[in-house]
Design a protein around this ligand. Sequence first.
Ligand code: FES
Ligand code: FES
Length: 174
Amino acid sequence: MARIRTTVDGLVYEDDVEPRMLLVQYLRERLGKTGTVIGCDTSNCGACTVHLDGLSVKSCSVLAVQANGSEVLTIEGLERDGQLHPMQQAFHDNHALQCGYCTPGMIMQSIDLLGENPDPSEQEIREGIEGNLCRCTGYQNIVRAVQDAASKMKPGSAPAAESGAKQTVAGGGA
Ligand code: FES
Ligand code: FES
């Protein structure tokens, strides 16, 4: 077992984990963060996307021990004081989901995309989310949602912070 200390959605967790445990397993099975989902488990679909130290990663391709000392942000950490993150709101407003299974990962990836390119073209959006698969929507409304969010998240406006105030939690449970 390996001891890890990780900040997840603004809370600090300390846990003993098996070295082979995946980050997505740690988030779901230890911390109960089931908003991050598993689609393929082979790093193809992007459903499990979270932010690790501010950059999007597929959490089925990262070991929990690799997140030691890092900050993780999941879909569950985006809302602030009852307000959806602008990207969440844009997905809602533009009907950018059907079954919703890809949505957590799609939103996390789209936020990362705008962090790198605040004003992407349609083509740049499509390329930016190409690692995230959606089998329902045909992507059109997802692209519209990202364009909508981009217009509301221009630099200078204040998107939700990567993480909130820290509070230590000893052990995630399970
Ligand atoms: S579950 Fe991680 S990429 Fe599909
Ligand atoms: S909304 Fe169903 S997979 Fe994207």
